[in-house]
Write a protein that binds this ligand. Structure first.
Ligand SMILES: [Mg+2]
Length: 388
């Protein structure tokens, strides 16, 4: 088989929301299509991908630098030995060629978007849902029959008030989630404590059903102040309290904050993840790692991170990818991770799962159609089908 062409298009999100650090209004994503010459039922196999949420399209990196690396490469550097399918590990190697170490940034999202499209194509060529392909190849054929998920939101809307927060979180429980996550750090501590208490009312006062997310906004003193103020709520986790690359402060916070900490969504490489694990003081028995494969060089890189985590005694169950998309849902099911985020109703069309999949008691299942299943999410499919 051969890749005939790869195309990229910038797509807007249009989410009128903000967290303590950024506004999502003008954010975009790169949608990618890998068009192959394989044909099923008179239709060419096309793999689709995008670079998750909360960042921007990596258009020129993909178009000017990454796509030519693949299209100009020798077949032996792209395909499996028998040339019956694409080899995602070879693609990763190709895309990282001639790139200096460090400073990962948008380059990691560019590679991640292409990696997602490649895995979609690989699973479609094998005519399997991606989670089953991953389970067969890398997890001794074991997969999760259902995946833990939670409703992430609790944003600071322009006309923020307690009732609006309450209604929003309640609507997630109505959708079938049991646990919810809210933003903190966008107001002062006293207001945030009122917001947390309001959110706790929604989950019957049960701290283990509520997470708070500071989006990397605090310095060490603020993170410790918040940690001290919220510790008795015994929340499910305290997310991104600190700048994602300030490992020494994480180590100190983990020493003083007795509850669970979750972080990693803004680390974009194996090397950054390794630094967090080496120096961040995080605890494998309670903490969660949230790296997002399409933002961080893709699934090939993510598997390298999982292997490293295992060598340090971390279970794959400690990994709960950020992003709330179908790709991460398949990865979580196929590789046995601990769960997958979900942003109900925002970050459309990329966020969320297939239209006919409902959340039941906090769990969701991946699609059974070949590939990642974008074709089963109408608003996303409407965009992706037109990019070629
Ligand atoms: Mg977060």
């Amino acid at each position: 088989m051969r890749i005939k062409k790869i195309v990229e298009k910038t797509v807007p999100f249009g989410s009128a929301i903000a967290n303590s650090y950024i506004n999502f209004n003008k954010m975009t994503s790169s949608a990618v299509a890998v068009v192959t010459d394989v044909v099923y039922e008179n239709k060419p196999v096309i793999g689709y991908g995008f670079n998750s949420v909360g960042r921007y399209a990596a258009t020129s990196i993909i178009q000017d630098r990454m796509i030519p690396k693949i299209m100009n490469a020798a077949p032996k550097d792209i395909y499996e030995e028998d040339e019956s399918n694409i080899d995602p590990f070879k693609i990763n190697k190709l895309l990282k060629k001639n790139e200096k170490p460090g400073g990962h940034g948008d380059r990691a999202h560019a590679v991640g978007a292409i990696d997602m499209a490649v895995w979609d194509a690989v699973a479609k060529i094998e005519q399997k849902p991606l989670y089953k392909l991953l389970a067969e190849r890398y997890n001794h054929d074991n997969y999760e029959k259902k995946v833990y998920t939670y409703g992430a939101g609790g944003y600071y809307y322009e006309s923020d008030n307690m009732n609006q927060l309450k209604d929003e979180l309640k609507s997630y429980l109505d959708k079938g989630f049991t646990d919810v996550k809210m933003k903190i750090g966008g107001a002062d501590l006293n207001i945030d404590l009122r917001r947390i208490e309001t959110a706790l009312e929604v989950v019957n006062g049960c701290g283990s059903r509520l997470m708070v997310d500071a989006n990397g906004r605090f310095d060490l003193k603020e993170a410790l102040d918040y940690g001290f103020a919220i510790k008795d709520f015994e929340l499910k986790w305290y997310e991104e309290p600190l700048d994602p690359l300030d490992f020494a402060s994480h180590q100190l916070l983990a020493e003083y904050y007795p509850g669970a900490i979750a972080t990693g969504e803004n680390l974009f490489s194996f090397e950054d993840a390794r630094n967090l694990l080496r120096h961040g003081g995080l605890r494998p028995d309670i903490d969660s790692i949230q790296l997002d494969p399409p933002l961080s060089y893709g699934l090939v890189e993510y598997m390298k991170i999982l292997k490293y985590m295992e060598s340090l005694g971390w279970s794959s169950k400690c990994c709960i990818p950020h992003g709330g998309n179908q790709f991460c849902l398949h990865i979580t099911a196929g590789l046995g991770l601990g769960g997958n985020e979900c942003y109900p109703g925002v970050f459309q069309p990329f966020g969320g799962f297939a239209d006919d999949l409902s959340i039941r008691e906090g769990y969701v299942i991946p699609t059974e159609i070949p590939g990642i299943g974008f074709e089963a999410k109408a608003n996303l499919w409407k965009i992706l089908r037109n990019i070629t």
